[in-house]
Ligand binder design. Structure first.
Ligand SMILES: [Zn+2]
Length: 322
């Protein structure tokens, strides 16, 4: 039975399934054969099809199993005299085989990652939450933590808003659970990159963990404000600077090694957009780009204009320089 199971699954899965997952999936399937449940040959075929369907995200096979499948599709199957499994069978096989195999693979892989991290120093992580809808109306969220050296997800936590007293608390709870798990495995981290969620800031400060902000989140906030003011009368000129300011933010974050350097580089754009490329701040006294003559002189802004004042207010925001 064990041999039959492995060979039939292997032939069915080898084309589509990622090799690593196939190996582990088969290993786990064979474990069940020795346990309480005996996998029948028909189940083998169905499970392998289901596994492929789940990996592909969607498939005609999966859709045919769904109870909400259009009646026309069912009629076509009936007319062609094609058999299909019932939705309850689909759920049964997912629950019995696919989900335990997936969880087993994840737990095994995670344990291996934790063992490696336990032996490392200066670990830098990134954390963020994805929710089912915008923040205030979110019901479910998944908090992911990534090892930024290897770009590997090392933990996932599912959080439901009603178990933590509202959607606002979901992000902090997800992070807390992940950090608790890391501590339980003896992993000590040097710093973590997150968004600027106030509860996260407070929590990490109290836990004495160095926090860095994810520049993508900051850029997203600034870009939104820029787009808004660039649509206003007297500020249309800012549309020409939208992309440059975004790029300048990423460059500032990537090229600066201290707070003062970051502030000096970031605020230098306010001179640059006035066609001034030397700056008063000794930390960053002049732009690094080569001198060039611009054909479009109308793009330069002038201090005191409405557009410039609006832009300055956004770029010199206290939270930006924090
Ligand atoms: Zn410049």
């Amino acid at each position: 039975m064990k041999t039959a199971c492995c060979s039939s699954l292997s032939s069915a899965l080898c084309v589509d399934v990622l090799p690593m997952y196939r190996e582990k999936y088969l290993a786990h399937s064979s474990l069940w054969n020795n346990g309480a449940h005996t996998v029948t040959s028909s189940e083998n075929g169905i499970v392998s099809q289901l596994y492929k369907a789940l990996l592909q995200g969607t498939s005609s096979f999966l859709l045919q199993c769904m109870p909400m499948v259009p009646l026309s599709s069912k009629l076509i199957f009936q007319a062609m005299k094609l058999n299909m499994i019932h939705y309850t069978t689909f759920r049964l096989h997912v629950r019995r085989f696919i989900q335990p195999a997936t969880v087993h693979i994840w737990k095994t892989a995670q344990e291996g990652m934790m063992q490696q991290l336990r032996q490392q120093q200066n670990i830098v992580l990134g954390g963020d939450m994805r929710a089912d809808s915008p923040r205030h109306s979110a019901k479910f969220g998944s908090y992911s933590v990534m090892d930024l050296r290897t770009n590997t997800i090392i933990d996932l936590q599912l959080v439901q808003s009603n178990e933590v007293g509202g959607s606002n608390n979901m992000e902090k709870e997800g992070l807390r659970r992940s950090l608790d798990l890391l501590r339980a495995h003896g992993v000590t981290l040097d710093s973590i990159v997150t968004d600027r969620h106030p509860q996260i800031q407070k929590y990490l400060r109290e836990a004495n963990i160095t926090q860095y902000y994810d520049v993508w989140h900051i850029e997203k906030g600034v870009s939104k404000k820029l787009l808004k003011i660039a649509q206003k009368k007297d500020s249309e000129k800012l549309q020409k600077w939208y992309r440059s300011i975004k790029n300048h933010m990423y460059w500032t974050a990537a090229s600066s090694s201290s707070g003062p350097e970051r502030v000096a580089k970031w605020t230098s754009i306010l001179n640059h957009i006035q066609d001034m490329h030397t700056h008063d701040d000794p930390v960053f006294p002049q732009c690094l780009h080569p001198q060039r003559n611009t054909t479009d002189k109308s793009k330069w802004l002038r201090a005191g204009t409405t557009a410039f004042s609006r832009l300055e207010k956004i770029l010199r925001n206290k939270r930006m320089e924090a």
